[in-house]
Design a protein around this ligand. Structure first.
Ligand code: XIL
Length: 379
């Protein structure tokens, strides 16, 4: 793992997104003997998120599939504040350790997600007994959490999502972090992370990064940090996409180009494609927003119709065509999960639906979308 971490850091310092090997050409009809990451090894790292359920159950079939198909992993929940430090100074490392050990064992690029976020962060963090915590206390807590977590994993984790979802369209999200510390919390988080591991690759992660106001705001904050001597290495564009409602590839492309122009490495960090009808106007990924269930918005309870499966394959094809086109700017493409049954999209933004957003189905077989992506490299 040290090897992978070192290799990644050297490549990213040199500005090389792709892994330095020749791509294999594999036909869709061929028996899958090597994974998708191998197919894209000249282009970017290819990854997935691992859920707590998979880590807890030590699900070896799924873990073997992940080890075969991907060369980078993110913990879906295990490294969030509520998982790592559920109460003041009480750290709970088991799941995160299992996650990092899996990456180490399989020589994978391991991403730490996430250090500072408004969500999945216990209330105590922002409190001092019954009152709100002071700015000073909150900064100390932030520094201590970042320092402790990075220190534990710095031999294995090369990439950190230091700050997550701090920005709404063209302005700061009014999170507790912002309210108590002020906008400097953004730069402070990166500075604390840099102190804890000067060689780590530090990124800002968010959804709806195709939105021009959001992009500009992110870039202006990164530039402000730069002026203060604080380097942000890259951005994570989550890319929670939909089948029919965007974002269109040209808007994703503009974002990739703009971030790269601003000197940032681009990570596609949480890719999935929602195939279900939307019952809302909302297109973000704000996890506190939920909508009521109705049968009308859960039309594929038993199976995904072939025509929708084909549309999904086409959507993934166009996305990967774009990613390959910009392989010089893109360091990593990570899916937000491996098989459809474990996707958060079954329960968000409406609970209890049957969704099909990933490359592997509920029996863990590759879908049409998998082959559409794979075939891009075999023509
Ligand atoms: C989601 C997980 O997938 C769910 O299991 C959890 O209940 C809520 O969080 N943006 C992020 C991710 O950065 O951490 C979120 O993950 C999805 C949106």
């Amino acid at each position: 793992m040290r090897q992978t971490r070192r290799k990644f850091l050297v490549q990213s310092a040199l500005g090389i997104g792709a892994m330095p090997f020749l791509a294999a050409k594999i036909r869709a009809s061929a028996v899958i003997s090597s994974g998708l990451a191998e197919v894209f090894k000249d282009d970017f790292h290819l990854g997935t998120a691992i859920s707590d359920a998979t880590l807890k159950s030590d699900d070896s079939t799924l873990l073997n599939l992940i080890a075969r198909e991907f060369n980078t992993i993110t913990a879906e929940n295990a490294m969030k504040w509520e998982g790592l430090q559920p109460s003041v100074n009480q750290f709970s490392w088991k799941l995160a350790d299992d996650f990092v050990n899996f990456g180490r064992k399989n020589n994978m690029l391991t991403v730490g997600h996430t250090l500072v976020w408004h969500s999945q962060t216990p209330d105590y963090v922002f409190k001092n007994k019954a009152s709100p915590a002071s700015r000073e206390i909150l900064l100390k807590r932030m520094q201590h959490h970042i320092g402790t977590v990075i220190d534990r994993y710095k031999d294995s984790v090369a990439v950190w999502d230091v700050v997550n979802e701090a920005i709404e369209q063209g302005k700061w999200r009014r999170s507790e972090w912002l309210k108590i510390i002020g906008e400097e919390y953004f730069g402070k988080a990166f500075a604390f992370a840099r102190d804890a591991d000067p060689t780590a690759h530090l990124i800002y992660n968010d959804y709806n990064m195709h939105n021009p106001d959001k992009q500009n705001f992110v870039i202006s904050q990164v530039n402000k940090c730069k002026k203060m001597g604080i380097t942000v290495d890259g951005v994570g564009m989550e890319c929670h996409a939909t089948l029919d409602e965007g974002p269109p590839v040209n808007e994703i492309e503009t974002a990739i180009v703009n971030f790269a122009r601003a000197g940032l490495k681009v990570h596609i960090s949480e890719l999935d494609v929602d195939v279900l009808p939307s019952a809302w106007d909302y297109q973000g990924a704000e996890i506190d927003v939920n909508y009521d269930y109705s049968e009308k918005i859960n039309p594929f309870k038993n199976a995904l119709p072939r025509i929708v499966s084909a549309k999904l394959a086409e959507r993934y094809r166009e996305l990967f065509e774009l990613f390959v086109k910009h392989r010089d700017k893109i360091t990593r493409v990570s899916f937000w999960g491996t098989t459809d049954d474990e996707s958060w999209k079954n329960d968000w933004p409406v609970e209890g639906r049957t969704n099909y957003p990933l490359l592997f189905d509920r029996s863990r077989s590759p879908k049409d979308a998998y082959f559409a992506v794979r075939n891009l490299k075999s023509q």
